[in-house]
Design a protein around this ligand. Structure first.
Ligand code: AMP
Length: 551
């Protein structure tokens, strides 16, 4: 192809897509807009701008250079937001450490990412103390402290965050550099093997910000505007809190960072700060609605995007009953993360509540610039009929270009030039994707594939069920059979036969195959979860592997 490449006037400025360009106008145009940190701090966008400069000057004073890696171990805070900007803006890489991993895994990620400086909240000092002899080489530590006390620790603390900022110049000359420079790194929280590092460039984060902005900005169902108040409830260490802090900053909205998550604290913040927009995983939403204080809070102005796992219809209905605009999003660590959003199309706004609910619980429409396909094993597109399942593969400007220092898994992720999500889904006539399973969680029984997510959704509709998970476990005759783990609601009698009869009813109506009815339904106190609150199906499969073997 011989396309006409544009000519560049020698003096023309070639504008790189850099994270610093997301911040400047927001600070200038909304200097008095608020940023709140839990019960600890209130500041403005003007202060954010100054503190970002101070942080960069302070880190440079500690020896941080372009290309170095700065790790953060903190709760969601105004400090974390400052790091989201200052660290990449100075040309360094921000490593957001998943503080819910085991100390051994945290050690692995710190060494693998080759962190040069670690900013650590006093609460996480014990983790670093436990692994300090094996961190290589020894890092400079900056303490993040929400108390007045200086902690006693054998670690060599290089600086305290507030003291460092107070002593540093707010006017840091943030340079221009390649938009392909690495801005962030973090590790997947998968349940198998060692954590895998993913990474995103300035260009990718800027384009993700604008892709998401294009999808969410506006008024009406599933949209946000400058008047909204934002409270993230997915951790900033996990896929940059879905990249939404960047979106919120460009929009110039009031932002509220909650610190450690506790349901009544989150509800109190929603009430006190008039929060209108959040995102979280279904488990957190469930916890908020189950909190004894939920009735004291008016949630009727709240919009919440649910992702990280499927949104069960029963939970969506319960949420809608409080007047919340609830909808699903989909993505993964490897995809920055947002790929789809389940906003209603204009003609659906006239539909009745139940039909709308179904759309809200789908996985959504791809946001601008995301090319999303559902394919068979030979990468052929499958029909958009809402029922033919295949693997979801994607292209977008913001997908990780590989796993850090791991060419073999990187090639597998990108085989055939599309990023393989490892998720199975169907696309309907309207273009909405619905994830039906993880490739590795689908239950293969006899010749059939059973969707564990669909079964969970149906079991959760039973009035006595609080939580449910379905996994496939080995069966001598059928290969695998579904096993359901159920947490019953307190004081609500329910037994195995009742759940099986409940599902039989859906099978009789042709909604699920009769092979989908689990052979066993076990009632448990709690269902194993991963470090980010998702169902840990690997742990469940391992725990119950022998259950059906003796038959
Ligand atoms: P992670 O990389 O830990 O963020 O996990 C990403 C995975 O979570 C995806 O590959 C999906 O399996 C799952 N996931 C995320 N969002 C959804 C959703 N809306 N519905 C179903 N599964 C989801």
């Amino acid at each position: 192809m011989s396309e006409a490449i544009i000519e560049r006037t020698p003096s023309a400025y070639y504008y790189p897509l850099l994270i610093k360009n997301l911040l400047g106008n927001a600070v200038r145009q909304f200097p008095n807009q608020e940023i709140v940190y839990s019960d600890f701090k209130r500041q403005t966008y003007r202060t954010l701008g100054e503190r970002v400069g101070r942080l960069a000057s302070g880190l440079a004073g500690l020896g941080v250079k372009p290309g170095d890696t700065v790790a953060v171990m903190d709760w969601d805070s105004h400090r974390y937001l400052e790091c989201f900007f200052a660290v990449p803006m100075m040309g360094a890489v921000l490593h957001t450490v998943n503080i819910r991993l085991s100390p051994e895994q945290i050690l692995y990620t710190i060494n693998h990412a080759e962190d040069d400086v670690i900013l650590v909240n006093t609460e996480f000092l014990p983790i670093l103390e436990a692994i300090r002899d094996r961190i290589e080489p020894v890092k400079k530590l900056v303490l993040l402290n929400d108390t007045d006390q200086t902690p006693a620790t054998p670690l060599d603390i290089g600086a305290e965050y507030e003291t460092l900022l107070a002593a540093s110049d707010p006017n840091y000359p943030f340079p221009d550099f390649s938009e392909d420079a690495r801005a962030t790194t973090f590790y997947t929280t998968g349940t198998t093997g060692l954590p895998k590092g993913v990474y995103f460039s300035h260009r990718q984060l800027v384009l993700h910000t604008f892709g998401v902005l294009a999808a969410v900005t506006g008024t009406g169902q599933g949209h946000i505007s400058r008047d909204d108040v934002y409270l993230p409830i997915t951790p900033m260490f996990h896929v940059h809190a879905w990249g939404v802090p960047y979106v919120a900053t460009v929009l110039g909205v009031k932002q509220v960072y909650p610190g450690r998550y506790a349901p009544d604290h989150l509800l109190r913040l929603i009430q006190r700060e008039n929060v209108t927009f959040s995102h979280c995983v279904p488990t957190i939403l469930q916890m908020l609605l189950a909190s004894p204080t939920v009735d004291e809070v008016d949630l009727s102005r709240w919009k919440v995007i649910i992702g990280g796992a499927a949104l069960p219809q029963a939970l969506a209905r319960q949420t809608r009953a409080r007047g919340v605009d609830v909808l699903t999003a989909y993505g993964m660590s490897e995809t920055c993360p947002i790929l789809t959003l389940a906003q209603l199309k204009p003609h659906m706004l006239d539909w009745d509540e139940e039909r709308q609910l179904e759309i809200r619980c789908k996985t959504g429409l791809p946001v601008p610039m995301v090319e999303l396909r559902v394919v068979d094993e030979e990468m052929n597109d499958l029909p958009h009929d809402g029922k033919t399942p295949g693997e979801v593969v994607v292209r977008a400007p913001w997908l990780t270009q590989g796993y850090l220092k791991d060419p073999r898994n990187s090639e597998a992720l990108w085989r055939g030039g599309y990023l393989h999500t490892g998720d199975i889904g169907v696309i309907d006539e309207e273009g909405y994707l619905k994830i039906t399973d993880r490739l590795k969680d689908v239950i293969k029984t006899g010749g059939e594939w059973i969707s564990s997510l669909e079964l969970e959704d149906l079991i959760l509709k039973h009035p006595a069920v609080a939580e449910a998970a379905v996994v496939g476990i080995p069966d001598p005759k059928w290969g695998e059979r579904p096993l359901a783990l159920v947490v019953a609601k307190r004081d609500q009698p329910v037994d195995e036969a009742a759940i099986r009869a409940w599902l039989q009813d859906f099978a009789d109506k042709g909604i699920i195959s009769k092979w989908g009815i689990p052979d066993r339904v076990l009632f448990v106190e709690a269902i194993p979860k991963t470090s980010v609150g998702k169902l840990n199906k690997k742990a469940m499969r391992e725990q119950y592997a022998q259950l059906l073997q003796a038959r």
